[in-house]
Design a protein around this ligand. Structure first.
Ligand code: NI
Length: 207
């Protein structure tokens, strides 16, 4: 509660559309670790978990094999962050599954965010695949879901754990034999962290 109020004050100071910047500012303040901030860190730990989320295509089919499909998943991630007021710390879109680290000012928002992200992607991608890929249309019933139901979420309580998951995320395409280096995969946040490039999804490190 206190944190949320502080956040809105900060947003006021830094301008309405600067939730991202204010998150960064909070992260910088937390890093400094002054006494005044110890109380806030406790609240941060209790209420504002970042979560490592994973969801997969139905029956682990490679429904995100087409670059356009991965692009759609990313565009909807960016869009959702805008409308739900969340922060993405990192992500990867693989041919058959997606990982992301997400942070919201209210924990309950993650569920709504995921629901929207997955269902919008499902609608758009089914339409795309039916139009573009005959194989998909032939082998798929209209009612068949695009995603496996649910998603898996792990709370990230420490910076160390978050960094570990971020590296894990970025190495997915390397482990999968898709590219030699994490930065060669265009559908992850690796380029942002390693080369400072924009990847089309707003990113922020909140730890
Ligand atoms: Ni994976």
């Amino acid at each position: 509660m206190i944190f949320r109020r502080r956040l809105s004050i900060r947003s006021g100071v830094f301008g309405k559309s600067s939730v991202l910047r204010s998150n960064k500012r909070i992260a910088a303040l937390l890093r400094r670790g002054s006494n005044a901030l110890m109380a806030k860190r406790r609240i941060y730990d209790e209420e504002l978990h970042a979560q490592f989320v994973t969801f997969s295509c139905y029956r682990r089919r490679r429904l995100l094999d087409h670059p356009h499909s991965r692009q759609v998943v990313m565009a909807l991630l960016a869009d959702g962050l805008n409308s739900h007021g969340g922060t993405c710390c990192g992500f990867v879109v693989m041919p058959d599954h997606v990982h992301a680290i997400l942070w919201f000012t209210e924990t309950a928002r993650l569920g709504r965010f995921m629901q929207t992200w997955k269902s919008r992607a499902s609608r758009q991608l089914k339409r795309f695949l039916r139009g573009q890929m005959r194989e998909y249309a032939k082998s798929t019933e209209r009612k068949q879901p695009f995603w496996q139901p649910k998603y898996y979420a792990i709370n990230l309580y420490t910076q160390k754990k978050a960094k570990e998951k971020l590296d894990y995320i970025h190495l997915n395409p390397v482990r999968g034999g898709l590219v030699r280096q994490a930065c060669d995969w265009r559908w992850s946040s690796a380029r942002y962290y390693e080369q400072g490039r924009s990847v089309g999804v707003p990113l922020g490190w909140v730890f």
